[in-house]
Design a protein around this ligand. Sequence first.
Ligand code: UGA
Length: 349
Amino acid sequence: MVGAGGFIGSHLVPALLERFACQVDAVDVDLTKLECWDPRVRRIEARVEAPGLVEDVTERCQVVISLTALCNPAQYSTIPLEVIDASFTHLLPLVKRCAERAVRLIHFSTAEVYGRTALDGQGLPTARMHEDDSCFLLGPVGRERWTYSCAKQLLERVIWAHGQHGALPFTIIRPFNTIGARMDFLPGIDGEGTPRVLACFMSALLRGEPLPLVGGGAQRRAFMDVSDMVEAVCRVLERPKQSRGQIFNIGNPDNNVSIAELARLLADAFAERLPERAPAQFRAVSAAEFYGPGYDDTQERIPDVQKAQRLLGWKPQRRLATSLPPIVHDYVERYGARVAAASSLSQLA
Ligand code: UGA
């Protein structure tokens, strides 16, 4: 598993060990989040482009799960070249070697490939995004937001071509706004920059700052609990025939909420967990102020998950009302003391 130390990888590794008689080569530059010390895990702290790594994993492993990416929108318009390298250039040798050795590849792409909105064959917007029918709508090149989407789409096309015209047994997963404990980082605590929305909101709540709603927060996302993602990957592994050569949307259309609603739900869960805190506040902020130039957005992103249901027998289970309280609890436990220490230090300075 490359990217085993990231948010999804750190949930997936222990689940795979529990479910399958397997060994896992866990590769990442940083494995801190992978709090799993099972002897069946070989921890490899390395970059995916490190010399010899691709050779080694494709020789040793029956299945490669590829998760590495720079997937925070704030990065797409600030470090676009690194984003293209991480999403495309550095993964190309891995894909090629898997194809040459016919090693099964389960590759994580992104819901971002659909762009601003999905279109039908006539070019009209569709309510749901469909793996095999939707056309993609990206913004102009100057809108660097779409750098990531474009790089990920190109790698999907490379993988697809190796499957169609060669011997690569592949499955592509397009995750839709997966959330859970250990997502991204908290700025100033264990990372720098702007993480994705869940971590931004948890950072604001823990610091007692207003939650920033970009453009007012009317844009919508369908959020999915990471446990549903883990189950989907297990089903893909268990069903190699049904999943070979397929692209799957993995998301939860029933959890489609506006960003302002997500902020309110998280604030409510936080108030339940820490009732002594002052009530949360919210502030509208412009996209230019929050992300700088080159940002663009998707107003709504709802997956069609019928194919995953049909071929994998998978259906997302967890609604936001049950997902959010344990996530908030984990952030409070993991970060509460560190955020308080950082705030008192900055007051002293
Ligand atoms: C991101 C990535 O680009 C995708 O690759 C990835 O698949 C997806 O997250 C995901 O989590 O699966 P996006 O949903 O736009 O896409 O990223 P977020 O940073 O989570 O933002 C969601 C929405 O919240 C955006 O409209 C953003 O403007 C807004 N936002 C973000 C706020 O209103 N406040 C914040 O503090 C942060």
